[in-house]
Write a protein that binds this ligand. Structure first.
Ligand code: ATP
Ligand code: MG
Length: 204
């Protein structure tokens, strides 16, 4: 949150929501590309709260996902991490994320950044109408998913082609479980953190 200065022009703030279990270079490249193309002043990464489970699997505790996201973004002066979804707790709904950030940055413009897979579900989210009053939506390409704009309300969503990074958190978790390296798929500090905490290892 910042002091309200009537002479300051609204800032353009990207919001990158995700489970980030773990955060990987696909997330970082997408955020960086959108930041540059849309001339955003900042991109805030927002790790989701702790759902009971996601597609039948236990999600890593929020504090670990938060710290990995901080480690991954710390060196970029225009990247930051918000705890709003983690501190609210429970299942995360994008409308709550955007309401909370709008309350924190009432004078600023929000741009919600989302991958093609997540964008597909956008109109099935409840409160879809309110979502579009809170933020502009930016859909980025993701290998394996087609970006198409049918069904999307015109003027509310922009589609952006980003350099394809065929990386997923699921793939990273599977590699760790099988003892395969994840160097260069995620930032070095995240590799170290996963190792230090013993995350994603096959249960003994
Ligand atoms: P999981 O495999 O556990 O679902 P994930 O890799 O999809 O993880 P999420 O935390 O679910 O990562 O994704 C957060 C956001 O980042 C989503 O909007 C998703 O579409 C986008 N995203 C994830 N991976 C990529 C990628 N390689 N390229 C572009 N966007 C991505
Ligand atoms: Mg996903």
């Amino acid at each position: 949150s910042r002091f309200y200065d009537p002479f300051m022009s609204p800032r353009r703030i990207g919001v990158m929501g995700g489970t980030f279990d773990p955060v990987h270079h696909g997330h970082l490249v997408a955020a960086s590309e959108v930041q540059s193309r849309f001339d955003l002043d900042e991109v805030i990464f927002v790790p989701t709260g702790q759902p009971w489970q996601k597609s039948g699997r236990q999600v890593t505790r929020a504090e670990d996902r938060y710290l990995m996201t901080v480690i991954a973004t710390a060196s970029n002066p225009v990247f930051s991490v918000s705890r709003v979804d983690i501190d609210r707790g429970g299942e995360t709904y994008t409308v709550d994320t955007l309401r909370d950030l709008k309350a924190e940055y009432p004078e600023d413009e929000l741009f919600f950044i989302t991958g093609a897979d997540a964008l597909e579900q956008i109109l099935t989210w409840h409160n879809a109408d309110e979502l579009f009053t809170l933020a502009h939506f930016i859909g980025v390409t993701r290998p394996g998913y087609k970006l198409n704009d049918h069904h999307l309300p015109s003027g509310k969503v922009s589609l952006v082609e980003v350099t394809a990074m065929a990386i997923s958190s699921t793939g990273c978790r599977e590699r760790v479980e099988h003892g395969e390296p994840i160097w260069y798929l995620v930032p070095d500090g995240v590799v170290r953190y996963i190792d230090k905490r013993g995350l994603y290892r096959k249960p003994a």
